[in-house]
Design a protein around this ligand. Structure first.
Ligand code: 0O2
Length: 217
C-alpha cells in the first residue's frame, strides 16, 4: 500500500492518526534528505576539489507555527490539512558560497530518481518585494515504513551565506515589529538586499577569475 502525502490522492485519515506519526514521517524524510545532501557534497569535493555547501540546517516546523499557517490560509487544524496544505513541515536550508553553487545543488537534488520536485520558486531571479532572495524547492521522497511506503514533502531552501545573513536579520526585524516595521527600516533592508546581490555577483566573478587562472596551471 502506498500513501501519497504529496499528491492529490490522499488517504491519510485512515492511516495517519496522530501528530506523533506525522512527526515520525517528516523526521525520517529530513534524515534521508540530509544524508543525500551530505553524500552529494562529499562526492562533489572528491571530483571538483571544492565544497559547494558551507553548511546545512534541518528543522521540523513547530506545531503552533503549523496551526498558525493553516489558520492564515483559512483551513481547519486537522492532521489531514497539515499534510495536504503545509508544504514546509519538514524544512532543510542549504547555505553555499556562490550563487552558481545554488543551481548546481538544485540540479543534483532534482536528478535523484527517488526525489520528485513538486514546485520551484526562484527568488534569486525574481526577488520578493521585501528584497528576499533564495531558491526554494518543494520535493517529495519515499519513506519506507515496516508495512508501507509514504511519500513525504520537504521544503528545501538554498541560498548563499550573504543571502542567509540578510534573511536572518530581516526575519528578526519582522518578528520584532510583527510584520509592520517602520518604512525607513524596510527601505534600508531593501538597500541592503541590493548590496547583498551585488556582493554575491562580485564574489562569484572573483572566484571565476581565480578558477580560470588555476585551470591554466
Ligand atoms: P519559517 O519560520 O521560516 O518557517 P508555502 O510555504 O509554499 O505554502 P509561501 O509562504 O508562499 O507558502 O512560501 P515561500 O514564499 O516559498 O516562503 C516560505 C519560507 O521562505 C518562509 O517560511 C521563510 O522561511 C522564507 N521566506 C519567504 N519570504 C521571506 C522574506 O521576505 N523574508 C525572510 N526572512 N524569509 C522569507 P515561513 O513559513 O514564513 O516561516
Amino acid at each position: 500500500m502506498e500513501l501519497d502525502l504529496a499528491g492529490s490522492n490522499i488517504r491519510i485519515s485512515d492511516d495517519i492518526k496522530s501528530w506523533e506519526e506525522v512527526n515520525l514521517l517528516y523526521n525520517s524524510a529530513l534524515k534521508q534528505i540530509m544524508t543525500k545532501i551530505e553524500i552529494l557534497n562529499e562526492e562533489f569535493q572528491e571530483v571538483h576539489r571544492y565544497n559547494p555547501i558551507e553548511h546545512t540546517k534541518a528543522r521540523l516546523k513547530a506545531p503552533e507555527s503549523i496551526v498558525k499557517k493553516l489558520k492564515r490560509n483559512g483551513y481547519e487544524s486537522t492532521i489531514e490539512n497539515m499534510v495536504r496544505y503545509v508544504n514546509d513541515i519538514a524544512g532543510v536550508r542549504i547555505i553555499c558560497s556562490f550563487t552558481s553553487d545554488i543551481y548546481k545543488i538544485a540540479e543534483m537534488i532534482s536528478n535523484q530518481k527517488d526525489i520528485q520536485v513538486l514546485t520551484v520558486k526562484d527568488y534569486i531571479m525574481n526577488p520578493k518585494p521585501s528584497g528576499y532572495r533564495s531558491y526554494h524547492m518543494i520535493v517529495s521522497l519515499p519513506v519506507y515504513l515496516s508495512d508501507r511506503i509514504v511519500n513525504v514533502k520537504v521544503e528545501i531552501q538554498i541560498r548563499t551565506v550573504a543571502m542567509d545573513f540578510w534573511a536572518s536579520l530581516e526575519h528578526k526585524i519582522q518578528y520584532k515589529f510583527e510584520g509592520k516595521a517602520p518604512a525607513h527600516i524596510n527601505s534600508e533592508l531593501h538597500e541592503c538586499a541590493k548590496m547583498v546581490a551585488n556582493l554575491d555577483a562580485r564574489m562569484l566573478s572573483l572566484n571565476d577569475e581565480i578558477q580560470a587562472i588555476e585551470n591554466k596551471k
